[in-house]
Write a protein that binds this ligand. Structure first.
Ligand code: AMP
Length: 307
């Protein structure tokens, strides 16, 4: 039941109302792996430059993240920097320096090509398609994207949609991609382009799962202290995919539970800067929050409601 992620491995400089982190571990594949590996082994494919503090990734290798697909190229690592608004709900990208990421063509090691569960992190849809051409027969492929690719690579992105099982985007990306303001209409537009499932993330307001038969909504976990929202979406993806890989099933109940695991891992991501919170997070803490989600959302219908 191998789980493969392809995405960015970055150095992030982040400023929030609570502080600043410089050149901290970041990137979609990094956050995904840090979260997912708490539930299931991960195979990572990405690229770093010769300035990357590679030893800082040891904590991933120590808990079943196979870094055989982490290419080390000559040059500067991918760097992203952003600043958050006071309410942490919006962020401005200050700088994106592609460095070695500019010439990155993912090469999937032979031993990763039989991966059954594949997550295509937010990279150029052209490269995401290139990954799909290298994996043999995945059981389930999910992908992420962002406003940049919707703007400049729309056609390739729509082509990619025809080859994935699930698209995971935030609400503004769903609107931008579909040209529909209403999220239910946006969901229909996206599902008509190929994926069987869609997840629309709404930051602190939760996430919606659309399947061919149903719609499921999970709230955001009510946290008192949010420190740094960076990576919450990728940690969500990690929790979601790892739970599916762990369960090995794709029934509606499994997908719904996976959304809750995604929400739980996303909620832990924001409690500290970078991937710090994942370093000492325990399986017990994850299960505790999953149970709390259940308590928060279950309710009894009135007697005689006839359901
Ligand atoms: P999220 O907060 O889940 O949207 O993910 C934030 C992470 O995405 C940061 O760690 C960044 O390093 C990474 N990131 C930002 N812009 C890009 C980009 N254009 N391509 C790939 N990764 C990016």
């Amino acid at each position: 039941m191998s789980l493969l992620v392809v995405g960015s491995v970055a150095l992030d400089t982040v400023e929030t109302p609570f502080g600043r982190a410089e050149d901290a571990l970041g990137g979609s594949a990094t956050f995904f792996s840090a979260a997912a590996s708490l539930l299931h082994p991960v195979q990572l494919v990405g690229v770093i430059g010769d300035d990357y503090p590679v030893d800082a990734l040891n904590f991933l290798a120590e808990r079943n993240v196979d870094l055989a697909g982490l290419e080390r190229a000559k040059g500067e690592s991918f760097r992203w920097s952003g600043v958050y608004s006071y309410d942490l709900n919006s962020r401005e990208t200050l700088e994106t320096r592609l460095g070695v990421f500019a010439d990155f063509t993912p090469k999937i090691p032979d031993q990763f090509r039989d991966a059954e569960w594949v997550f295509l992190g937010n990279i150029d849809p052209e490269l995401q398609i290139g990954v799909l051409d290298q994996v043999h027969k995945p059981r389930f492929v999910a992908c992420d994207t962002m406003n940049l690719w919707i703007e400049i690579k729309r056609q390739r992105l729509v082509e990619l949609l025809g080859r994935v099982d699930l698209l995971m985007v935030n609400d503004s990306e769903a609107r931008q991609l579909s040209g529909q303001h209403n999220l239910s209409k946006a969901a229909r537009w996206i599902l008509d382009r190929g994926p069987r499932y869609l997840i629309i993330k709404k930051g602190e307001h939760g996430a919606i799962l659309f399947t061919p038969h149903s719609t499921f909504f999970a709230p955001g976990y009510p946290l008192e202290d949010v420190f740094d929202p960076t990576g919450a979406g990728d940690a969500f993806a990690g929790g979601f995919m790892a739970h599916l890989a762990q369960s090995g099933r794709l029934e509606d109940a499994d997908l719904r539970r996976a959304v809750v695991y995604g929400s739980v891992l996303g909620s832990y991501a924001v409690e500290k800067f970078s991937v710090e919170r994942f370093k000492d997070l325990t399986a017990e803490e994850i299960e505790e929050r999953v149970k709390h989600f259940h308590e928060m959302t279950v309710f009894e219908l009135p007697v005689g409601a006839g359901v």
